[in-house]
Design a protein around this ligand. Structure first.
Ligand code: ZN
Length: 229
């Protein structure tokens, strides 16, 4: 391909992009089933509308095809290789996560969280040296999430076996978080262990991972006994 041919193709491509953006702004009819499909996949991500999805897809189209292949391969690798720690449920590359394997962590203190974002938020405070238990969500009848959809079993088994001394309930201070706390309390309250909850430096009604590091760090250090009242 000579330089003028490449220039013509590039101009044609840019014209096509401009045309596609104008078109979607009016009626979202995309003149390519491939782009349409890619936009639909991209727009299925939370917080990504169709216009943003189109902009991202067109940006990928402008890149070197090898870099797009790398982009796509990263997600294929992720889906094929990612695991959940058998012990705590944290997303990990191996069967057991680095936190559970770390001999410096206190295995007798378990901090119960909703998902990986909360683990990362608490780890960033450098205030907690126990291990985690990831539920994979919280009980939310409005969203059709019941106890059977969440990872409670291994927590109850650990509590029953006597291998843990304390469970810290570090769920969001929302109605769903409170419901889940109560459910856990009903399941493990009869065993010989301490159940604590975060001090309310974490704002009521807000999600845990949005709290700043200092507030979250203080909340976990000043945790208080869990009470159903
Ligand atoms: Zn683990």
């Amino acid at each position: 391909m000579n330089q003028s041919q490449s220039h013509v193709e590039r101009c044609g491509f840019l014209f096509f992009c401009k045309f596609a953006i104008q078109k979607i702004a009016v009626d979202l009819h995309i003149p390519s089933k491939y782009i349409q499909n890619a936009v639909e996949q991209m727009a299925s991500l939370p917080g990504v509308g169709k216009k943003t999805a189109l902009r991202l897809v067109l940006d990928l189209l402008k890149r070197d095809p090898k870099s797009v292949e790398k982009f796509s391969a990263a997600f294929t690798d992720l889906i094929q290789n990612i695991k959940k720690c058998k012990s705590c449920g944290v997303i990990a590359d191996n069967d057991v996560c680095n936190i559970c394997l770390n001999p410096k962590r206190d295995q007798s203190i378990v901090c119960v969280v909703e998902d990986l974002r909360d683990v990362l938020a608490i780890e960033a405070t450098e205030s907690f040296s126990g291990i985690y238990h990831v539920l994979g969500g919280i009980i939310s009848p409005m969203d059709g999430i019941g106890p059977g959809d969440l990872n409670f079993q291994s927590l109850v088994q650990k509590a029953e076996s006597g291998e843990i001394n304390e469970v810290i309930l570090a769920l969001s201070a929302t109605m769903e978080g409170d419901t889940t706390n109560f459910y856990i309390y009903k399941k493990i309250g009869q065993f010989n262990l301490e159940i604590s909850t975060l001090s309310r430096g974490v704002a009521v009604g807000s999600e845990l991972h949005y709290a700043d590091e200092i507030t979250l760090g203080r909340s976990i250090m000043n945790r208080m006994p869990y009470s159903v009242k």
